[in-house]
Write a protein that binds this ligand. Structure first.
Ligand code: HEM
Length: 553
């Protein structure tokens, strides 16, 4: 027994059975009294050792293994599996840490159910950069500000593509590479993005035109809300109003929100947006064999109908276009097509797809943010009263707020930012993909991985925000009541895929919110009023809730 205890300690000379020298380093030359230098001799001490420590067993190991492998089929299989496993571990040694997954399925469940909560919880376990498999795809999730900025800005050449997901192909007639949102960074994409950015910027620089187009929609909404003498969910009404704003800004068109055409259009964009949520078939292609899912065809057909409608508007614009007086985005695009240096490179389908993305992306994100805003105002009556006071002081009661008031309403702006932070309606931006293998924070991101920028986690991280779960708009204000927007606030992303509609969205959110607050008080419809996010589908909507509104004096 004594021998075993001694030998289990650091007595490497006895374990090896080869050395006649005891001790633990050079210069220590005291001879072991009982061990011989003879390689074949086994000392009685050694014969009492557990099997793995015996020298003769070790010597015979290659021969034993060889005979096991050649004579035993199962052993060979196990050996090959172990070898492959070790090889895989060695190849993945630089990958970010992450949970083990079920073979072939991986951890797809993290993406299918409340992914913003699950992926933020995983940060606490595996750190700011982690990865896992979802079916056949590797997902890399970046959570800290440093990792997110490294991916979006410093490594943008490697990480600005979009994932090659089958569902995305149903969005555009020519496949995903023809869209603005889903294309990789190609020359044609850069052209589309440049045109979209320029058209929106040129349009936004004429504030009066935007106010003109928005004001009728805003007045309609306020009248509709105040005439409702019962509790209601504001989200559907806001979506129809914002769809009309989008159509008005893009084509100078508006439709009766209760009419068939507007409802059909809304449905088309709903279906298109569902494609951006994580669909199991994109990760488990085998499912295609077992399902007869005609959803992609259906989306392609509906998108085709929408493009037909847009072409009618476009043709009307071509016939009535006056370059000195652009009426909307379509006129701006026509102007760039005629005067821009790159005009020859542009295909007619590019225009179709830019218009499709501008109308679709534009209205949903703004409408959902407005719904969250009304929900938070219902929950926080004291802050709502402060917003009312601020607006009354600057604007008065005799006119409605306008864009010129914006710089003098810091609390109103801070409330919008705080709601954008807490709701983080695009919790992972739009998924990016790695075009080439790169390293983020020292971890390998292999080519082809899907990269999720976890903005939801960033916006709820106690390292960047004091008491992050609390609704506190004043965190965006200095002590002197001046707006102070920290770098780690990223509702529109950053880098080459940054949202081109940011300036327009800011204008829309401000005008809608300031006007509603000027005219109405929002209260919860029930004492047990709660605000929670529902399932993720392109945008993170609030679960349906009901509010009441009362006209202010
Ligand atoms: C509150 C409103 C909005 C929010 C929070 C928002 C947020 C975002 C985010 C996070 C992205 C993805 C960035 C990335 O993947 O790195 C994006 C992309 C995009 N947004 Fe917005 N957006 C809003 C409004 C708008 C509006 C009003 C328009 C158009 C008029 C628009 C058009 C687009 C387009 C076309 C893209 C794709 C850009 C690309 O892939 O290069 N968005 N938006």
């Amino acid at each position: 027994m004594y021998c075993r205890l001694r030998l289990k300690s650091d007595d490497w000379s006895v374990r090896s059975g080869r050395r006649a020298v005891m001790g633990d380093g050079p210069g220590h030359t005291e001879a072991t009294p009982s061990l011989s230098d003879d390689e074949n001799h086994v000392h009685p001490f050694v014969s009492t050792l557990p099997l793995p420590y015996r020298a003769e067993w070790l010597h015979d190991l290659p021969r034993i293994l060889f005979s096991l492998l050649t004579n035993n089929y199962y052993c060979s299989l196990v050996a090959v599996a172990v070898l492959l496993f070790l090889l895989q571990r060695w190849r993945n040694r630089n990958l970010p840490p992450g949970p083990w997954g079920i073979p072939f399925y991986g951890n797809l469940n993290y993406l299918l159910h409340l992914p913003h909560l699950q992926l933020s919880h995983l940060r606490e376990v595996y750190g700011d950069v982690y990865s896992f498999k979802a079916g056949c795809r590797r997902i890399v999730v970046l959570c800290s500000f440093e990792a997110i900025m490294e991916g979006l800005v410093y490594k943008k050449d490697a990480l600005s593509c979009r994932p090659e997901l089958d569902s995305y192909n149903s969005l555009y007639q020519g496949g995903r590479q023809c869209g603005l949102c889903t294309s990789d960074v190609t020359e044609q994409y850069l052209l589309r993005k440049h045109f979209a950015n320029s058209a929106i910027d040129a349009y936004c620089s004429a504030a009066a035109r935007i106010e003109d187009k928005l004001s009728s929609e805003i007045v309609d909404i306020i009248n509709y809300f105040s005439e409702l003498q019962r509790p209601f969910d504001p989200a559907p009404v806001l979506e129809m109003a914002c769809l009309n704003v989008s159509l008005s800004l893009t084509f100078s068109q508006r439709f009766d929100p209760a009419g068939r055409v507007a409802k059909e259009m809304w449905r088309t964009f709903e279906h298109r947006s569902s494609v951006y949520s994580f669909n199991a078939v994109d990760f488990l292609p085998l499912l295609n064999v077992f399902t007869t899912d005609d959803h992609p065809e259906y989306i392609r057909a509906r998108s085709g109908d929408q493009v037909e409608l847009h072409r009618r508007f476009l043709n009307f614009h071509k016939d009535t276009y006056d370059p000195s007086r652009p009426r909307d985005f379509t006129d701006q695009l026509l102007f760039f097509l005629e005067s821009g240096e790159e005009r020859g490179l542009f295909q007619p389908e590019d225009i179709d797809n830019i218009l499709l993305d501008m109308v679709g992306n534009g209205f949903q994100a703004v409408a959902v943010t407005l719904a969250w805003l009304l929900g938070y105002m219902a929950l926080n009556q004291d802050i709502q009263s402060e917003v009312h006071e601020e607006i009354d002081e600057v604007v008065g009661r005799d006119r409605l707020p306008c864009l010129d008031d914006q710089p003098y309403l810091p609390l109103t702006a801070a409330v919008i930012y705080e709601v954008q932070r807490l709701s983080s309606i695009k919790p992972f931006l739009i998924p990016h993909a790695a075009r080439a293998t790169t390293f983020i924070q020292g971890f390998e991101v292999p080519a082809g991985s899907i990269v999720l920028f976890n903005v939801w986690s960033l916006h709820h991280d106690a390292r960047y925000w004091t008491n992050p779960g609390k609704f506190d708009p004043k965190r965006f204000l200095t002590e002197d009541n001046v707006l102070d927007i920290p770098d780690h606030f990223l509702p529109y992303g950053a880098g080459s895929r940054q949202c081109p509609g940011e300036s327009l969205a800011d204008v829309e959110l401000f005008l809608f919110f300031a006007n509603v607050m000027h005219q109405l008080r929002v209260t919860p419809a029930h004492p047990a009023f709660r605000l929670d996010s529902s399932t993720y589908d392109h945008v993170l909507r609030p679960k349906p809730f009901e509010i009441c509104v009362k006209e202010r004096d």
